[in-house]
Structure formats: structure tokens, C-alpha cells
Design a protein around this ligand. Sequence first.
Ligand SMILES: [Zn+2]
Length: 403
Amino acid sequence: MRARFPALVLLAGWSAQAQEGAPVELHADRARVRSDLEVLTGHAPIDADGRIVSRSSMHPDHARARAWIAASLRSTRGMKVSEETLEYGENLANVVADLPGSDPSLPMLIVGAHYDSCAYDTPGWQPRRDPAPGADDDASGTAAVLEIARMLAGRGGGYARGVRLALFDAEEEGLVGSREHARRLRAAGVQISVALVLDPVGYNAGGGNLLFATYDAAFEPRARALETDAAALDTPIRLEAVDEAAFGGDGRADHASFAAEGYAALHLAAFPQPPQYHTQQDDLGIVDVDYVAAVASLVASHVAARAGAHASAPSQARGGCTSAADPWAVIALLLVARRGRSRRRLVCAVLLAACRPSLPVPEQARVACGGDAECPAGFLCVASRRLCVEASGACVVRSGATA
Ligand SMILES: [Zn+2]
């Protein structure tokens, strides 16, 4: 905290620390995750024609899977959904869903997975004909992204940053969909805060709930931010941020497409991979639905916090006084008022302290931050709450008003 902050701001910051914890805690619906996994792996009907056999980009059912994913996202409130046709190959397209932010000048967050599947390690597998359920790789990531979309949108949006949910095509054929997506973003001059790629997040070896967040050294702060949020949340997931140099480079997933364009990207993956990897035995039986749901909850909570979400959207929308007067702020204001020897100032001070927690604040103040450099001009980061506040202290956000 800077010395030029008024004493009131300092005191408000102190008291906020007592309430600090998980900034935004979102919880996945396990039943919805399971239901989506069943549809994506051909264990439940996907459309009027019944179940799919494969999501391989070469299989006829691939288009049905894409149509179902797009429809699922379109039914999620507030999402702007499009299918991004790819130049490479036939009938390839990413599905992209945007939750617009209130400040388009802020770099957006991307959460992605690939929806295609393969079974290249099953001898004689014919991609145009044979089954490839790809339950762990990457129906798990796809189902997680669909649930993350519902969790984020279910809060009524209200994020400062835009959030993009992306389901990439033809990852198994060489990161085809994500390469083109990242290249188009770069060509259009779009700024990205970070791209989080979930691939795969279904096989929970030994029930250890381990999740690796691998990063290129340049993007280590993004991995540490995720680690910080994971530690603050009530989650069974044991997140380990790992420098991908330890793997001798980790270019095997869609995050590499973003890194290649100079965008910060993290690869979130269950570890170790299952023995059924890239075979027809990668089916629903090897996926731990609770683990998928827990990963989805963790990522959604992290994204909501970093996108600048409201912790209590209803009271934020209402405005006016709440009963949650900040005792430290009241004491500070009383001291200020006494020094002025003015009864009117005293009354005003008490009223201000009582009402302030739910006063509307500028959108910029809702930007999550890890340091001053991440806040807009004229704003400073209050590290205890990871929120940007006006440098003048005029619109300090109390704990509980936003997250
Ligand atoms: Zn994969």
C-alpha cells in the first residue's frame, strides 16, 4: 500500500484482510459434467440420430459433435457463439463462445480444449470408420470447458475482461484448429491475458487429484497466479506449476499454438497420462467425473477472479446501504470527524461508513490484479484483495462488494 493513500483506505484494507479468502468460489455441477461426457463419448444420444461413434476430424460423426457443442454453448446465457471455419482440411471448424467484458480495452482470457478424438495407438484403427471415444483425451477438457461456460455465465456475467471459451478442432492432426485461431488473433492485434488449455483432465491416477500447469518460463507469473488462487480455494485439486523445460519442452497441446504467437499460455493436464492414451480403450471407465468437475471449478473460479468478477452481484446491482458497515472505517471516520469538531461531519462519516460497502464502483476497479502493472492507468493493486483501486482512494472496493 502506498503512503499517499488516505488513512481511511489503509484501515479499510486492513479489515478487508480479515475476510480475505477464495476470491470467487464457483462449483461445477457433477451431473451435468457426467451427462456431457456420456454424450461426447457415445454413451448417450447426441441428436435425433442417436449416439456418435467418434469425434475424429475424419469421421462423419465429427460434425454432429461440433453441432452439439455449439448448441450447448448457445443455450448458455450471455454467450456469443460462432463456428470458426478452418482453411486447412475439409469441414474443420473451432467452436468459439464469447462472454463480453465491460472494458474491451482489457486483454481477454481464453479457456480451451480440443473436441476431436483419435485412437492412433490401436493397431489398424481407421479414423474414417472406427470408434474413438477419446473420453480422457479430450472429452474431459471439452466437458470441463462447457461447464466452465455455464458457471461463468450463471453469475450473470459482469466481468471487466472478456472471457472466450474455445473448443478447438483437429488437435490430434497437429494442433490445426488452435494454430489457426491464435494466428488470426495475432493478425487482428487482439490482446490476450492468458490462454488456459485443458487437455486432458479426466484420468486421476491413484486418486491423487494432481493437476500440472506447465508453462514456458516467460509465462511463469500466470502459473503462479493460478497456484495462488488454487491455494485460496476449497479444492481437492493438487496443482503443481511446472516449467515445461523440465519436460524438455511441452509443445504437445493447443497451448503451444498461443505460445508460438507470443501469447501467455498454460497447459493444464492430469498427470501421469493413462495407459489407454490414444487407443480405443480411452473410454468413460477411465475418467474420474469428480476430478473433471473439480478441475472445472478451479479454473472457473480462477477465471472469474482474474476477469474481475463481482463476489455478490445482487447487492452490487442494488447499491445503497448494507448492514455490513466496516468497523475499522467507522473508527477512522469518527477520529477524522472528532478532529473537525463538527456534529454534521460525524453523522456524515457514520453514514458513509455504513453505506460505502455497496456503493457502485467504476468497472475498472473490478479488475483483478497481481501487481500495479496489471491495473489500468490511475489505479493501484491492493495485493491483499487482488483488486485494482483508484490511486486517489476515491472508489476503494470493500471486501464483499467485489472479488
Ligand atoms: Zn489431447
